[in-house]
Design a protein around this ligand. Sequence first.
Ligand SMILES: [Zn+2]
Length: 371
Amino acid sequence: MTQIRRILADLVRIDSVSSRSNVEIVEYLERRCEALNLITRRFPYQDEHGIEKINLVALTDDVDEVELALVGHTDTVPYDPHWSEATNLTERDGKLFGRGSCDTKGFIAAALTAVENVKTTRPLALIFTADEEIGLRGAKKLAEAKPLRVRYSIVGEPTSLQPIRAGKGYSLAEVIVKGREAHSAYPALGASAVFRAARLINHLEAIAEQLKHDQHDAFDPPYTTLNIGLIHGGSAKNVLAGECRFTLEWRPIPTQPSEHVLELFLNAIETESETDQDLYCEIDASRQDSGFETPRDSALIELLENVTGLESGTVAFGTEAAQMMVLGSESVVIGPGDIREAHRTGEFVPIHELERCAEILRQSIMQLCSP
Ligand SMILES: [Zn+2]
């Protein structure tokens, strides 16, 4: 077995589902990095269940500013306990099956392999984060603490090795609309929260149309999208609903502040209040993850387009690239495997992409860190 596959098999064997502590996989990565003479630094925190999580930074030099960072998340989504390959990397038809094989342990194995084979003259970091799959929480902790500055970062996510230079953000809110319960035979005695929510949702549909005018051509679709995925209200068919809740999710293009949609929605609520004076509505905005965009003429993008022979693209989902930008970095997202194969039973990484990824990273390190 090649070295890269051995490392991937080791990583997949360690169950690092986000709900568990990632200490075990971090200890493994520390041992690997120390064997490569890297300096390791732990950034621990407790998650909201009191479970210890660690972001690990490994450096070629004892510095707090690096030229290049390779970033991979250590956690995975859960897996079906009946899937026997989940923690036992299995080869079939040129593919390696296992949870995390493409999202994102394959990238980590490629990064560790790439670092082994180059000498650097400028500082390089490997950054291994926690809790990416449950809201980029580890990366957000690092972005808050700013333990180092980064000039360029390559963030691992399955992109079939296409360099990705921009990503939409992700925002989520729960909207709680209050009404007044009453017997449905006497509607004048109460106020239906469901009718109120419906009127607000009409406004949101109009806002979704309005958002189409602010276009960013690099994306498909080229504008901020909005979704109401869940709605729940009322207690019985013959009672005016006292409460109605719905989720409001939007994916802003990186040129638009995440609060823009909220502002439009607040204006709509104000308009409604003019005719419905005791309209009461709470907005619990729980996520405001910004998108990211690196200019097409950035040295990093040009480098990766050259090395891969592929034109850079964009994605409509959130990645840790936005947090890396907070650390001062121009970012690109790339990794072996297909995002459509991630997060499901039968996740796999094609072996040739895994090996090719190590080569792409090796060349990137050579050009940026040992010119
Ligand atoms: Zn991922």
